[in-house]
Design a binder for this molecule. Structure first.
Ligand code: PLP
Length: 394
């Protein structure tokens, strides 16, 4: 059976070069880097070198990198660590379209004495920078805004936002889990103070992430114990996975520009085919301010889950909304925040590509998808051509 994998915003395949680089660190270089013997020293040097590669992806200093277990831990560490270090400030600014790693944490904190402003987005998924400016208060402890949205790929103008936030002297956290490896990041010239990355979104394995913390930013550790990660995240280092993340960051740094161009062409070929040839479809999200790998399209009057299942029988893996929310069948909070009508939200599918996708795979989807949609529309109460008495979203 085919396995055409277009769900890379949910997770990516670990690159073969990454797996190969990790292997010796399970049974050969297994020493604890904190021990005093020569063997530990050798492992420690490899960890240092991996940390340098991780820092290089975002042009930061290695001491500004805290290794974590995932993007969720990085987001939690950033927000909770800054709040704890600034106990007098009780206001948080974020957006309505953040990943649950940020949004649910902020909603949790709102029940524990914090005021939370959730900024809105327009129908293309873009923020109003003036709304952000007006939301800042004297007691704002942190602004946490994602770089690129996991469901639509829409990119926020984080540097423009960062300048406004910095003018007020407020720490600025960016969830770059979907942006890392797809957008060049340079912390030396950036207004970002804290930046979250997750390994499994950029061809490292699941179970590893990192948080960049600019020198001078006050942050209380989230996980307390030993002295690891410069005293900012306790726990014996996950050496093989740190090595893997280092290699993945190196590969991402090397191939980013070329791969982005190639992936964007494939994504556009698929998306343009759908929009031009399948009736009652539309793109969700800004056409240009978007990650090159992500296409979120709605097939109106059909359930996204039915499309996913039919594609799955053909060996095509995609997603409806984020992997976390699709299990619950709740309508996507991101599309909802964009004001996308109900039937359009329910027929939405996210294709998210990676450097491993090929033109043959796109051609296969183009060949098979129209028949899938026709068949589902025939079964739907709205009829084959999508006509119905129900109001259409045009
Ligand atoms: N932030 C964004 C934007 C994401 O897309 C995800 C995962 O989908 C996360 C955070 C959480 O990352 P992790 O799965 O590594 O915890």
């Amino acid at each position: 059976m085919n396995n055409i994998y277009m769900d890379n915003n949910a997770t990516t395949m670990a690159a073969p070069e990454v797996v190969q680089e990790m292997m010796p660190f399970f049974a050969d270089y297994y020493a604890n880097p904190s021990s005093m013997h020569f063997f530990a020293g050798e492992v420690g040097k490899k960890v240092d070198s991996a940390r340098q590669k991780i820092a290089a992806l975002i042009n930061a200093d290695p001491v500004e990198i805290i290794i974590t277990s995932c993007g969720t831990e990085s987001d939690n560490t950033a927000i909770r660590g800054v709040l704890e270090a600034n106990p007098d400030k009780k206001h948080i600014v974020t957006t309505r379209v953040e990943h649950p790693a940020v949004l649910n944490l902020c909603r949790y904190l709102s029940k524990r004495g914090y005021a939370v402003t959730e900024l809105s987005v327009n129908h293309e998924g873009l923020l109003d920078v003036n709304e952000l400016r007006n939301s800042l208060r004297d007691d704002t402890a942190i602004v946490s805004i994602m770089y690129a949205n996991n469901e639509t790929g829409v990119i926020f103008p984080v540097e423009e936002i960062g300048k406004i936030v910095k003018e007020r002297g407020i720490p600025f956290h960016v969830d770059a889990v979907q942006a890392a490896g797809k957008i060049p990041l340079n912390m030396k010239t950036s207004a970002i103070d804290l930046l979250s990355i997750s390994g499994h979104k950029l061809h490292a394995p699941k179970g590893i992430g990192m948080l960049y913390v600019r020198r001078g930013i006050k942050l209380r550790p989230f996980i307390i114990g030993g002295h690891q990660e410069f005293g900012r995240r306790a726990g014996t280092e996950n050496v093989p996975y740190i090595i893997g993340l280092g290699k993945a960051c190196e590969l991402a740094s090397q191939g980013m520009k070329e791969e982005n161009g190639r992936v964007r062409k494939l994504r556009d070929k698929l998306e343009n085919f759908i929009l031009d040839n399948i009736k009652h479809t539309n793109r969700n999200g800004h056409p240009v301010m978007r990650l090159p790998n992500t296409s979120n399209v709605s097939f109106r009057h059909i359930e996204g889950e039915a499309i996913l299942l039919s594609m799955s029988y053909l060996g095509i893996s995609a997603s409806s909304g984020s992997a976390c929310t699709s299990g619950s069948l709740l309508p996507s909070h991101v599309l909802h925040a964009m004001g996308v009508p109900f039937d359009t939200v329910h027929g939405s599918i996210r294709f998210s590509l990676s450097r491993y996708n090929t033109e043959d795979e796109i051609n296969y989807i183009i060949e098979k998808l129209p028949a899938v949609i026709n068949r589902l529309r025939e079964l739907s109460p709205f009829g084959k051509d999508g006509r119905s008495s129900a109001p259409s979203a045009s």
